[in-house]
Design a protein around this ligand. Sequence first.
Ligand SMILES: [Zn+2]
Length: 401
Amino acid sequence: MPDTLSPAVTDVVELTRTLVRCESVTPKEAGALQHLERTLEPLGFKCERMDFSQAGTDDVANLYARIGTPRQEEGGRHFCFAGHSDVVPVGDLSSWTIGPFSAELSGGYLFGRGAADMKGAIAAFIDACARFLARRGRDFGGSISLLITGDEEGPAVNGTVKMLKRLAERGETIDDCVVGEPTSSRRFGDMMKIGRRGSMTVDLVVRGIQGHVGYPERLDNPIHRLSALIEALVREPIDKGSAHFQPTTLQFTTVDVGNKATNIAPGVVKARFNTRFNDLWTSKTLLAHLKEHMERANAALGGNGTIEFASVEVSGESFFTPPGPLSALVAGAIRDVAGVEAELSTTGGTSDARFIRSYCPVLEFGLVGETMHKVDEKSAIEDLKTLSRVYETVLDRYFAA
Ligand SMILES: [Zn+2]
């Protein structure tokens, strides 16, 4: 006889509302993880705070909760739901029509920062687990964990990376993982992510010769040089995309001169670009390619101007989990619960799945992401309930008796 639990006492909508009311803008915990602990412990989860610090970064609170086969007697499979309880700032507060942390229900939607990205999905994880455990008991022949970080929208230094490392160090393995990012595009269930493009930010310093604008023959204007270099970089696509990825993109995000004078051409201009790259590249090969391209364009301009790649920050390499049992399992659950065929996509920004993929097969599936990071972020109430049923179906089939 499995030890039976009291029937599910969670409610995905109310749980989401409680989480939204916690103002957990990175790196603040703001009671969000505390509330998760209070909800998970009565369900039988063993909750463990994994708080990390590192010089130069904010301290971050994280939560790891697990139920099922004890670690010491590893047995059965271990399924992990991963996500983040932190949210991005509200931005221009006056543009919100509803308080960003009031979690109001209106017109069939739950409004608030994190409603879509991704407190709604965390609530759905728990709601799904509660119903699954109420039916199957704690001896379902495997284990389920929630790996919730408070540092996804920030530098992502004291969160998922360190949690996974700690689990690995003590010999705890995860067999499969679903991240609850809001991957649905237009309607619930239409898209999941099986990979992501890489992201790299590069700071450039272009030097010329400062001089009086009235004597252009005596100067080498680095603004003009940079504009030609930008043109050379963006004129042609970097690649055409690959089997599962869109073409690599490159966007300049700032150009800085800070020149107050009207009669001086500056000697130096700084600029920054970010590139989102597909699996045809690593950050190394792409950087080499871009450097060569720019140096060639610079040489073609003549003169003595130089380009320096002052700093390069890689926030993630591209990754890809080939379609397989995990994507088939989740796609099947979406099809059967929501009647929608999910596209397997690699579009969009980065997520913590980029860290998890080094440990086990991972994919991302969650709510409609249309309003994520925007004002009046929202999720359809119906979608929250459907997502919870999709996750429950995933658990049922993963731990099929
Ligand atoms: Zn997110």
